[in-house]
Design a protein around this ligand. Sequence first.
Ligand code: GLU
Length: 503
Amino acid sequence: MERKVRTRVAPSPTGDPHVGTAYIAMFNIAFAHVNNGEFILRIEDTDQNRYTEGSEQMIFDSLNWLGLNWAEGPDIGGPVGPYRQSERFGIYGDYARMLVEKGEAYYCFCTPERLDNLRERQKAMKKAPGYDGHCRSLTKEEIEAKLAAGEPYVIRLKMPYEGETVIHDRLRGDIVFENSKIDDQVLLKADGFPTYHLANVVDDHLMGITHVIRAEEWISSTPKHIQLYKAFGWEQPEFIHMPLLRNSDRTKISKRKNPVSLNWYRDNGYLKEGLLNFLGLMAYSFKDGKEIFSLQEFKDTFNIDNVSLGGPVFDLVKLGWINNQHMRMKDLKELTDLAVPFFREKGFVGETLTEHERYALERIVEILREHAHTLKEIAEESEVYFKDEYTLPEITEEMDKKERKGIERLYNGIQDETGKKSIRLFLEKMEAFPTEDIPLEDAKKLLTDTLEEIGEGPGKVYMPLRAVLTGLPRGADLYNLISIIGKERTIGRLKRMMALYNI
Ligand code: GLU
């Protein structure tokens, strides 16, 4: 009988949750989904030196944020748990000793000094570094004596000296390694902790993983894993190595050149839909060339053989474009909910929202999502709706011609007689308006009525109004602005600027 497809991610909690974890999880999830399989989460926390407090929780939180759900994992348990390697320590030692008994692994008592010397000698002779097999030939008696004397030891795998190990990678074809070049890797360290290789293989086996879909950087470990499966006599999973995410200079994606923390993307106002779509596109294209898709569409139509190995470059400009598309597609109420914390962060709204504030935020989001790339950008660009105290910008030497022209038009507008008349008339109309809330249609009408009554071109009327209502040469539509800030604040803005500029 075919085994049920089971895939996994196995991140190590060594810091901020990495964008690569989400990328790999997404492909594992899609593969499990199209094969009616299961996707699980395992935490590989055997390396205590690299362990970071709180990191595991951040992995859960960020994957949950993205909707990359697992069927079994350390937080929810499952039939083959525990799913946290630090809770499985006993298991690894037993399996390592099982290999010793089978003659597939051996105790190695070499001291760190001997290994250092060996490395130095190999370096001097320009030989590749690696263990020389010194303890492979210890006799049973020698081993027993050393164990009885309590000498520290590691357990190493007996790699074959000859032949080849071949990875049949689904995407890359056969990758061949000469066994003579592969070290007798350590399986169990002197402190009794397993190495990554041992724990990873034992767990993938015990957890019934059928397909190991992981990043390209693990290819060099895979022959060691294959040898381990052979040594145990276990069926191998299928190995699929995904292309690495890369910086624009094609090096492996790194903190110095790109934000790599999933938290960064969330805190900077990317939507989960945008980030996932972007990560999907990194190594995958839909047959019909579609660039904008949801996780569900990706999962439903996924075909692992369409993964492209091109070495995808992580491009924040592209991500911004994709995120903008998703912001525009999203239900406005939902998008506004997601944007609220960003407005709050800017100090534009408090903990609770009044009904009018809620209305205003929805309108602002609706307007700004057309061009903004992130929720954060929406909040940042919305200052004009919140700041009632401003003056006209000063004209400076460094300004370019276009900018200077725009600002000059504001000054001319409020000094011009028609401009002053327009502002006063508009104030009158505002004061006569019956309610604090100004529906959009009424806001439009107030402006067009003013224009009509003045009987001059729109530039002559609207530019001075823009000057007093925003202090800015371009940006927000006036009717939206008025409707958003309401009657009282509109009047406040008008009066303040009229006093300031003697209008
Ligand atoms: N613990 C490894 C990591 O941090 C797992 C690699 C693998 O998938 O085998 O990514």
